[in-house]
Design a protein around this ligand. Structure first.
Ligand code: NDP
Length: 678
């Protein structure tokens, strides 16, 4: 008797009392029953409510950095127990390498979002988008854009092919945004997802309600979704279509994105003839994409688009490499490099689709579309050749297994047109060492792709590969690829947030954003801000210096000392002929250096280091006998969650004796969190 895979709902595990209607899941290689899957009796409306109340509340107490740190700890907890996941993963037909992509790849997404969250987001709960937009002459009314998290739940419906990575790629950005997740893995491999959720639940790291798991179907779920919720779907175009047309999405304001079938391409450049490193790299990559995960990858290469003269060479090279390198079998057996498909149903589906490709004009040149005898959902690698490169079938039929087709092209422009015929893809790779070919291909087809990988002799060894989405870059594509953007660094976090334009006075903009705005209240508290640790420092703490006069001697001294004897500082006639200067002027770097001298408090104290300047602009030239002063204001305070110090961004403005703005910039410092200095 097999067990029923439980769900993790409202903070505890739920197993249906009856197995009526439960779906049986089998080992992909041996056909042995593994478990049954059912969500019968599950209170889905209650789960959504729990996420929106308890989950939102617990995540809302954490800043971006605190959430990011938890993601890292979760990655460590999963790493410590990943052998359990590998064990289960092999039952899905995955080889060790396939499992690595799924399990280590998924853990890697958590690590990446953890570090990106702490480096690229503020340690608050509001994310700023773009600069201040001045809307009044005197600065009393301005606008800006902010992102705040969506108030609902992120429902993530996943495909069977990556039960760990597929879930974590969506969970990480949702969690960082502060939106609780309800994940629904695909039935055939949901037992692996259940295992990683169990590890996370047992780690004690999950804020209450931040992650729930539904093993099995989601009856009635969409009826309970509402504005503020979002759905991220991965799977077939037909399921996506039916979910997308639900009222909750059409008129209820539920954000819906999908990642569906994608007829990805790989283009061999006209320069990449047999014997070039690019041809070899193309072949290696193509065989890897056909066989890894037995071709059950949304990013796998379905169309190899190559110069007409290279078609035979390519097919020969593919056949040789497949014969030499690929051993199909039980992934637990020694030496096996390609496992079975996930299930017999999936095998039937893949062979039927391959049959449709044949009916649509494809000639099988490697492998066979006939089912292999015996147990296990095995399919040998299949390569088809299309004499008619515009045949509809090759651009529209996805056989979700180790199946790929070869098409010839005459000109680069024709290659671009063929890529576009896929109707929108997740990824296209090109193999060329010719910059002109790369420019024509990439600019022509980028709009039809979520990602384009350029392969040549210089990056062939270090390339992450055509089929591997990386968390830093967009994963998703236009058109039939579904329009999603599941990864892409902070972009994917922002997908879980609402962008809102806010308008108001400097004080209110400061209060809402946590960033000091010019014109907002600023205070000279009597204690120099460089004497305050983060515990005492406040946004708006300010130093205003006295004036310092610049002489010609100062300019010449600086010029000779630094070697910067540019004519604008040294040659009166040449400087005066320059449209920007009245005559010789002070170096901008001299003024910025003086700015530091004017605002600094020199004794040892909580300010540990100056780590740079940002947004430096020189606005008004400074002539000999002009004077400058500096105003330095604490603009943004970002304590680091893992360190005893944090970052302070200071707003710096240099003025001249006429109160004209000479320069503006941000000074970046590291400041101790605690400690007393006098
Ligand atoms: P499905 O679209 O059938 O399933 C995808 C996910 O949607 C599964 O979790 C499934 O759950 C769930 N689902 C199905 N119906 C509903 C519904 N009415 N309401 C809510 N959730 C639902 O795709 P498959 O996984 O079966 O794969 C079929 C095809 O999809 C493949 O052959 C391939 O062409 C494509 N595919 C594309 C992928 C991609 O990344 N782009 C990845 C995998 C597949 P359950 O499993 O419980 O039915």
């Amino acid at each position: 008797m097999t067990t029923i895979i439980p769900s993790y709902i409202q903070g505890s595990w739920f197993t249906p009392e009856t197995d009526a209607g439960a779906r049986l899941v089998r080992d992909a290689a041996t056909g042995e029953p593994i478990a049954r899957v059912s969500s019968a009796g599950l209170d889905l409306a209650g789960a959504l409510h729990y996420a929106r109340t308890v989950g939102q509340a617990s995540l809302g107490q954490l800043t971006f950095h605190e959430r990011a740190l938890l993601l890292k700890q979760m990655a460590q907890a999963l790493t410590a127990r990943k052998s359990e996941l590998y064990e289960l993963s092999s039952r899905t037909g995955a080889t060790k390498n396939d499992s690595m992509v799924d399990i280590d790849g998924g853990i890697g997404v958590l690590f990446t979002y953890s570090s990106k969250g702490r480096r690229e987001m503020p340690n608050t709960t509001v994310y700023l988008d773009g600069p201040v937009e001045p809307l009044s002459k005197d600065g009393s009314f301005s606008g800006r854009h902010i992102y705040t998290r969506l108030p609902g739940v992120a429902v993530q419906i996943n495909a069977f092919n990556f039960p760990v990575w597929g879930s974590l790629e969506k969970f990480a950005p949702a969690f960082l945004a502060g939106v609780p997740t309800l994940v629904k893995p695909a039935t055939p491999t949901g037992y692996v997802s259940e295992a990683f959720v169990r590890i996370l639940a047992e780690s004690g790291l999950l804020p209450e309600g931040s992650l729930q798991l539904v093993s099995g179907a989601l009856p009635g779920l969409f009826e309970n979704l509402r504005l503020g919720d979002l759905v991220a779907f991965t799977g077939s175009a037909s399921t996506a279509e039916s979910l997308r047309s639900h009222d909750a999405v059409l008129t209820g304001g539920v954000r819906f994105t999908s990642e569906t079938d994608s007829i990805n391409a790989s283009v061999l450049g006209p320069d990449a003839v047999v014997g070039t490193p690019e041809f070899d790299a193309f072949v290696r990559q193509a065989v890897a994409e056909i066989t890894s995960k037995a071709g059950q990858k949304c990013t796998a290469i379905r169309r190899m688009i190559v110069p007409n003269g290279a078609v035979d060479d390519l097919i020969g090279a593919l056949a040789t490499r497949i014969a030499e390198r690929i051993v199909v079998g039980d992934p637990r057996a020694e030496g096996v490099s390609m496992g079975p498909l996930v299930s017999l149903e999936q095998r039937g589906d893949v062979l039927a689709q391959a049959g449709r490709l044949v009916a649509g004009g494809g000639e099988v040149v490697i492998g066979t579309v006939e089912p292999r005898a015996g147990v296990g959902a095995y399919v040998e690698p299949i390569v088809l050749r299309f004499a008619d490169n515009r045949a509809d079938a090759v651009h529209s039929i996805e056989a979700f297994g180790p199946v790929s087709s070869v098409l010839g092209y005459e000109t680069v422009a024709e290659a671009v047109e063929l890529v576009a015929r896929g109707g929108g893809s997740l990824v296209t790779s090109i193999a060329t060492h010719d910059p002109a070919v790369a420019v024509e291909l990439v600019t022509g087809m980028a709009a039809y792709n979520g990602r384009v990988l350029m392969l040549d002799r210089d990056d062939a060894r270090t390339s992450t590969g055509h089929g591997s989405p990386v968390p830093h870059l967009v994963h998703g594509g236009p058109g039939r690829a579904g329009g999603g953007e599941e990864l892409g660094g902070i972009r994917a976090v922002l997908h879980h947030m609402q962008r809102t334009a806010i308008q108001g006075s400097p004080d209110l903009l400061t209060a809402v954003t946590g960033v000091w705005h010019a014109g907002a209240t600023a205070a000279n508290t009597g204690t120099h801000p460089f004497r305050k640790s983060l515990a005492d420092l406040a946004i708006g703490d300010q130093v205003v210096s006295g004036l310092r006069t610049v002489t010609l001697d100062d300019i010449e001294h600086f010029a000779n000392f630094t070697g910067d004897t540019f004519y604008a500082h040294m040659d009166e006639e040449a400087a005066a002929a320059n449209p920007f200067f009245p005559g010789r002027v002070a170096h901008g770097y001299l003024l910025v250096s003086w700015g530091a001298g004017l605002f600094v408090d020199p004794e040892p104290g909580p300010v540990l280091a100056n780590y740079g300047l940002e947004n430096l602009r020189f606005l008004t030239p400074v002539s000999p006998e002009d004077s400058i002063r500096v105003t330095l204001t604490a603009k943004q305070i970002t304590p680091r969650v893992t360190d005893e110090y944090g970052e302070v961004r200071w707003d710096a403005v240099l003025h001249n004796q006429n109160d004209e703005t000479v320069a503006t910039y941000d000074v970046l410092t590291l400041v101790a969190k605690e400690g007393a200095w006098v």
